[in-house]
Design a protein around this ligand. Structure first.
Ligand code: ZN
Length: 360
């Protein structure tokens, strides 16, 4: 058996925000919008105008900042009182996941409007729930992917470039993770072997990043939308998600889990962790130095991290490297790799990446 899952409508372009109501209208009447204070101020009026033009009722609510079970519960009560049938997340990953959590509680339709392209979350059915210390507690799943994902590329171009870099990091691993997952005979998050469509998406995602990332990053530094950025955003927001849900994850994402326990790496982004995690995965795959070195050259050109020093760990200690390896072992993605992984091998792979990138 194979299962393919994805959003049913993806809309992307400059000024796409003006078309939000028009596309959401097919899903319901009352839109409950979950966002943060900055986005409410920056985009709230445009969002309200777009729903009004589509004859929909809209209510914009500010979420508390961290996605916890308590935050989801309290917003769900407000959404119920509003008789919401469409729940819209507007903002970064936490606002979007909170909105998905509310949609799950209400059994309502889910819409994602990411204002940064920093990860593969917006189009995904997965909802990462944290505790107040930002340690991941739970992963919940919507019964279906968000029905609508709408990305205004001018909004993405106006956001700080570090977010786009993280999105590239979260996407660049997908081809290698899908291939490793398939080689291990492991299943995707849908519980089946990868579909050909999932593997194709992962491969295409990687090719688009290699072709357009450098130019797209340059465009965002100038807050400019061009064809390179359009291509890159489609890869990081749509293909990256199709890849991991339908192709499977592996060691790069296991390493990303490990990073959340590294005290000195606090505040650095998931996508940056994944980018580094991919280098470790390639070391575990026993790729030769030239292969890893070529990818590192590309990382440097784009602005992605190649060593632990890039996460604020100047002179990472062997205890930190051991901890990164050990906590990565807690991720279920560590099992989507063959042969079976031991913490000591991960530790050696991290050390190999550190040696390789130090001499470059
Ligand atoms: Zn990810």
């Amino acid at each position: 058996m194979r299962i393919f899952a994805a959003t049913s409508r993806y809309v992307q372009g400059p000024a796409a925000l003006e078309a939000l109501g028009q596309h959401a209208r097919a899903l319901g009447q009352n839109a409950f919008v979950v966002t943060d204070a900055d986005m409410a101020k920056l985009l709230g009026e445009r969002v309200e105008a777009s729903f009004a033009a589509a004859d929909m009722q809209a209510s914009i609510r500010i979420f508390p900042g961290e996605i916890t079970h308590a935050a989801i519960e309290s917003l769900a009560a407000e959404a119920r009182a509003f008789a919401a049938d469409v729940i819209v997340g507007l903002g970064g990953g936490k606002a979007l996941d909170t909105a998905k959590g509310v949609a799950l509680k209400l059994g309502a339709r889910s819409v994602s409007v990411p204002t940064i392209a920093s990860n593969d979350g917006p189009a995904s059915a997965a909802i990462a729930v944290y505790d107040d210390n930002h340690i991941m507690q739970d992963i919940l799943h919507l019964p279906r992917n968000p029905e609508l994902v709408l990305v205004d590329t001018q909004v993405i171009a106006n956001a700080p470039v570090r977010f786009l870099l993280a999105g590239i990091g979260d996407a660049i691993s997908k081809k290698f993770e899908a291939e490793a997952c398939a080689a291990a005979g492991a299943h995707t998050l849908l519980g089946t072997p990868a579909s050909l469509t999932g593997l194709m998406a992962a491969d295409t995602c990687y090719r688009i990043l290699r072709e357009h990332a450098v130019a797209a990053v340059a465009a965002v530094r100038e807050k400019r939308v061009d064809a390179h950025l359009e291509a890159l955003v489609e890869a990081t927001v749509l293909l990256s998600t199709i890849s991991f849900e339908n192709g499977g994850l592996s060691l790069a994402h296991a390493l990303a889990r490990g990073f959340s326990y590294l005290e000195r790496a606090r505040g650095t982004l998931h996508g940056a962790h994944v980018a580094y995690g991919l280098l470790v995965q390639l070391a575990m795959e026993k790729r030769d130095d030239a292969f890893i070195g070529e990818l590192c050259d590309f990382y440097r050109e784009v602005g992605l991290p190649t060593q632990l020093q890039d996460f604020g760990l100047d002179q990472p200690t062997s205890a930190e490297i051991r901890q990164l390896a050990a906590s990565s072992m807690e991720s279920p993605s560590v099992k989507r790799f063959a042969p079976p992984v031991q913490a000591a091998q991960l530790e050696q792979a991290i050390e190999r990446v550190q040696r390789l990138t130090a001499t470059a």
